[in-house]
Structures are given as C-alpha cells and as structure tokens.
Design a binder for this molecule. Structure first.
Ligand code: DGL
Length: 286
C-alpha cells in the first residue's frame, strides 16, 4: 500500500459553490471535537455537522473488516441525510482502516487523520519518539508502513491503549478517571535508552488531545505532545478554497448514532465547542 495514500496533499479545491460549504466532521465519539475546534477557528464561515458513531464506540476494538463495513454504512446514511461538500474523518482508527474504501465509494473529498509520525520525528532531538494510538491503529499495516517510510534513524515505539479513548469520553461527560489510571496507560510511551529519553509523543487518536493536560501532570518527564488537528484544519482550508470562505453559515450541529441522553455537563462541553444542538440518528451496531 502506498504510504502517500493518507497524506491528503493532493486534490483540487472545491468549485465555487456560491454559498457557505457544508462540512461533515466524523468520529466514533467525542474525539473529533479536538479537530472540529481547529477547523472552526480556521474557517468559521461554513456549515458544520459533527457526527459521532457512538453506537459503535470504540472503533479501536473492531477488526478491520467490521470497521470498514460499519464506517461505510454510517457514512451512507450521513451523506444521504446531510449532503456534505467535504468530509473530515477525524478518527485515526477509521481513517487508517477505511479511507480507501470511503474514497472509492463516495464522489466527495475526504480529509483523513493519520498518526503524525513525520512531525513527531521532526520534533525529537533524542531520536526516541512514541506513537500513542488505539489498538486498531497500532495493528494497521498502514501505520507500520508510515513508520518505515518516515522514521529514518528515529526509534519509534508504538503504544496501543484500549482504554484512553473511553477515559477521554468520561472526562467530557464530567466523570474523569483518576491520575493512576492515566499514568498506567501512557507509561509505555516513556523510554530511556543509552542515556536518551523519549522527547515527543504523537497523539494518534483524536480523543487523546482532550486529555493532554492530564497527561502533562502524570508524565514521568516533559515531552512534546503532537496533536495533528492544526494540520488537518490547514488541509480543510486549502480544499475549501478561497472562493468558498465567506458564505453565511448556520450554527454547528451534532448527530449521535446511539439513542442516549446528553448529560448537562456534556451539553455544556459541546456548546463550548460551538455545537449548540444535538440530534440522534439511532443506528445500532449489528
Ligand atoms: N478517535 C478515534 C481515533 O482517532 C478512536 C476512538 C475509538 O477507539 O473509537 O482513533
């Protein structure tokens, strides 16, 4: 598989639409909010729908075939319902598994999220970096191919956490887990070898930047935490193009696939990120 597949550096900007573009930002849960915030700041004049496939959360636990089937099925519904001009797969687990299938199925521009291996390598002076991701992303052939292509002499430690995305969800729902639980999950990222120490950790799951302040507090030593969201926002801006930046936009909306109530703490967290209303499009995982 070509390693440039997810780089997202090709593709022409959208044609002039004569209105604000509609952008669908997609994740398995609340992690994509870290990406939405960056895109909203870079491009306020767009119509945003944030879609969380929380009925199938966590994606990190699904095998690749099940994941691809699920993401295609949810996207089918979302595209029919929302008619977006551009889709952001704000989920490393979904993008590293399903992006080629999505691009083959839909005639729409897709911007993906892949582990920020290149930026982590650039940020490191010690030559020891870690990639913190879901177990699904760690298993992907594509992740390994990117390391092979971009790590050079830098030693990359891949760390798959089955629980951190859930911890991030709990944090936003006002039920934060304790420091010890977080410390145990990030501990394998910190490597000491021949007098050198890991000095950069790529946050290769969009949920994890929701916990950066918690990570900083429990980390055994300071490192650069690499969040790919600003780079994704720049890519979206380039694809939307100059001609489509100035339309009148409606307030952003959130759509969830699980039929559960939004607690007040979460509603407030969504509102702080520009999402004033939430809807349910019930779609159980079968
Ligand atoms: N936010 C997703 C990612 O970037 C993963 C969370 C999950 O396991 O569903 O990988």
């Amino acid at each position: 598989m070509g390693v440039d597949l997810f780089a997202g550096l090709s593709g022409a900007p959208l044609p002039a639409l004569g209105r604000a573009p509609k952008i669908l930002v997609f994740d398995s849960g609340l992690g994509g909010l870290t990406v939405l915030s960056e895109i909203l700041a870079a491009l306020p004049n767009a119509n945003y729908v944030y879609a969380a496939d929380d009925a199938a959360f966590p994606y990190g636990a699904l095998d690749e075939q099940r994941l691809v089937t699920r993401v295609l099925a949810v996207m089918e519904r979302l595209v029919a319902r929302e008619r977006p001009d551009l889709v952001v797969i704000a989920c490393n687990t979904a993008a590293t598994g399903a992006l080629p299938s999505l691009r083959a199925r839909f005639a729409l521009p897709f911007v993906g999220t892949v582990p920020a291996i290149k930026p982590a390598v650039r940020a490191s002076s010690s030559g020891l970096v870690s990639i913190l991701a879901t177990p699904g992303t760690v298993r992907r052939e594509h992740t390994r191919a990117m390391i092979e292509a971009f790590a050079g002499d830098t030693q990359v430690t891949l760390v798959g956490s089955p629980t951190l995305a859930g911890f991030a969800e709990a944090e936003l729902r006002g039920e934060p887990v304790n420091d010890e639980a977080i410390r145990a999950e990030i501990a394998p990222c910190f490597v000491e070898q021949d007098g050198r120490r890991t000095d950069a950790v790529a946050l290769a799951c969009t949920h994890f930047p929701l916990l950066t302040m918690r990570f900083e507090l429990v980390a055994p030593w300071p490192v650069a935490w690499i969040d790919p969201a600003p780079a994704i926002a720049r890519r979206v801006l380039a694809l939307v193009g100059e001609a489509n930046r100035f339309g009148v936009a409606s307030p952003a909306r959130a759509v969830f696939t699980a039929p559960r109530a939004t607690p007040a703490v979460l509603a407030a967290a969504l509102a702080r990120r520009g999402l004033a209303s939430t809807e349910q499009d019930d779609f159980p995982l079968t």
